[in-house]
Design a protein around this ligand. Structure first.
Ligand code: ADP
Ligand code: MG
Length: 565
């Protein structure tokens, strides 16, 4: 029986995980239960289209059994199980390199990387010195045993198992001064952990519990009979099984929502905002949505997948249904549960489903309103949101030929050069002096450099505010909008701002006349690089400034030139 090696990266990560100090070792149970629940979901979902399976939802469950004699804790399920190949594939490789890099970059942060990277299974090694997985796949009559003591590798051998499903047997580590692993054999600790992390799991999580009861009174009991007690064990379902989104909002505490968010969506920080929604009518659904508290590490990359988990009457039918969310709200996480979807709907027919489109539209409105409410009522939080996801909203305005600009415009914020804080477009307009016609902005560089541009100084000297736009998408976004409430956006670096006084205009004319030859020489010297040399009467401390004419500013041209064709 040869020892198989983990893939090289897996080895590094596993080592990191086992040897790092986790404040939160207890989450291993949550991870294993989630996997068991996924396995039940998969089997149930399969049984809907494959009638030969004949599994009923009530048949599926997860069982936890501690055994002090052997110092083992076992988590078993009668879900879909794994074949030999699947055991090898799923448990032999840990995380992709992207995750490794991320962890390496964030060495000093005490983060819970397990949840983050879906390497949940390996968290068992935080508490176990040996992990044995015995699994039999649905539809197969052979079972396999995967066994590992950690980094050295694992073995895979044939095994016996009566029914399909998976059994994870952990030999708990010995207690040390600082670590108490034996607690994971105690009934009450396990009950606590299940209630804390896995209460919403929709399959029963059962465990035998010690109970005590009064023995029946013997018939010949005399006057002085004292009741006698005996202990017995009883199989009990520990979790309440009602999905958290189906519970009454007033019965759910914020920490429950936060816990659910973190475990379900693999984040290690609390969400910024929780959105609950129950609608009836054209689209009947219950939604529980979250705005993450920070930008996912892969958010602005191609790897990021948007989508909400979609349930049909409590059964998961798709983990990331992209059609429920517009791209500009792709940061939203959550679940949508609808009674209107038929259970055995296939992914293909789902895409054509009109119900989905109705839900999309209703969710879009809901999210927009919640974000706006956050802007109005909780500015600090909104700014945190804006720093993480504002860029995406700006892309939303620019994308699809500006189709969504009206929906998104009042979510925009920019840095005000005058007030040195974020302002919305409404706030900008409100403070405009009467003689100000346009909304001025400067784009394409860092804020403090933008504020020092000659034209920026000019605008500010008039008492007008100026929006500083350091991101490449900013200018595209504002150009696409063209105006806000009939106030046109004006890039201070494109063309003539028309802010000179009559006197200054006169002076410019004179200067142009006087320096005609010089200007011609400059133009010849910079042939092909510039179009024209002009006298600028409004320059104060600067010898010269560059500007462009027409729709495209120099900054935009720069961005466009960088883009692949
Ligand atoms: P994730 O759950 O994020 O995919 P894990 O490390 O927790 O990552 O699990 C890895 C994979 O192993 C799962 O995706 C699944 O395919 C398989 N797996 C783990 N536990 C079970 C189980 N109890 N039954 C069936 N498959 C499982
Ligand atoms: Mg998992």
């Amino acid at each position: 029986m040869a020892m198989r090696q983990f893939k090289a990266e897996s080895k590094k990560l596993l080592d990191l995980m086992i040897n790092s100090i986790y404040t939160n070792r207890e989450i291993f149970l949550r991870e294993l239960i989630s996997n068991a629940s996924d396995a039940c979901d998969k089997l149930y979902f399969k049984s809907l289209t494959d009638t030969s399976i004949g599994v009923k939802k009530e048949d599926l469950s997860i069982h936890i059994s501690p055994d002090k004699d052997t110092r083992t804790l076992t988590v078993s399920d009668n879900g879909i199980g794994m074949t030999k190949e699947e055991l090898e594939k799923n448990l032999g490789t840990i995380a992709r390199s992207g995750s490794m890099d991320f962890k390496a970059e964030n060495k000093n942060e005490n983060i819970d990387i397990i949840g983050q990277f879906g390497v949940g299974f390996y968290s068992a090694f935080m508490v176990a010195s040996k992990v044995t997985v015995i699994s039999r796949a649905q539809g197969s009559d052979e079972a396999w045993k995967w066994e590992s003591k950690g980094v050295e590798g694992y073995t895979l051998t044939e095994a016996e198992k009566d029914a399909p499903g998976t059994e994870i047997i952990m030999v708990l580590k010995e207690d040390t001064d600082g670590e108490n692993y034996s607690q994971y054999l105690e009934e009450y600790t396990l009950v606590d952990l299940i209630k804390k992390y896995s209460d919403y799991i929709r399959y029963p999580i059962t465990m035998y519990r010690q109970k005590s009861r009064q023995k029946p009174k013997p018939e010949d009991a005399g006057e002085d009979y004292k009741p006698e007690y005996e202990t017995y064990t009883e199989l009990e379902t520990i979790n309440s099984m009602v999905p958290i989104w189906k519970r009454n909002k007033k019965d759910v505490e914020e920490k429950d929502y936060n816990e659910f968010y973190k475990s379900r969506f693999n984040d290690y920080s609390d969400p910024l905002r929780v959105i609950t929604s129950r609608t009836e009518g054209t689209a009947t659904y219950t939604a529980l949505l979250f705005i993450p508290g920070r930008t996912p590490y892969d958010y602005y990359t191609k790897e990021y997948e948007k989508g909400l988990a979609l349930y049909a009457s409590g059964v998961l039918i798709m983990d990331k249904c992209a059609d429920l969310l517009p791209d500009y709200f792709s940061f939203v996480k959550g679940v949508v549960d609808s009674e209107d979807l038929s259970l055995n709907i296939s992914r293909e027919t789902l895409q054509k489903d009109n119900q989905l489109k109705l839900m999309h539209n209703s969710l879009e409105k809901k999210i927009k309103n919640e974000l706006h409410a956050m802007l109005v009522n909780d500015r600090e939080k909104y700014e945190t949101f804006w720093k993480s996801f504002g860029r995406q909203i700006k892309f939303g305005i620019y994308g699809d030929y500006g189709m969504h600009k009206d929906l998104l415009a009042d979510l925009l914020m920019f840095w005000s050069a005058k007030e040195q804080k974020y302002v919305t477009l409404d706030e900008y307009i409100e403070k405009m002096p009467e003689d100000q016609k346009c909304i001025y902005f400067a784009a394409g560089d860092e804020n403090d450099r933008l504020a020092k541009l000659p034209n920026a100084q000019l605008v500010l000297s008039k008492g007008y505010d100026l929006l500083l736009c350091p991101e490449d998408v900013d200018e595209f976004c504002l150009q696409m909008m063209h105006d806000y409430k009939e106030k046109e956006f004006k890039n201070i670096n494109s063309g003539d701002l028309g802010l000179e006084t009559e006197e200054e205009k006169e002076a410019a004319k004179a200067a142009a006349e006087e320096n005609k030859d010089l200007f011609e020489d400059i133009k010849t010297a910079l042939k092909g690089k510039i179009k024209e040399v002009k006298a600028n009467p409004t320059l104060k401390d600067h010898p010269m400034s560059l500007s462009s004419e027409g729709g495209l500013s120099m900054e935009m041209e720069k961005v466009l030139r960088k883009m692949p064709n």
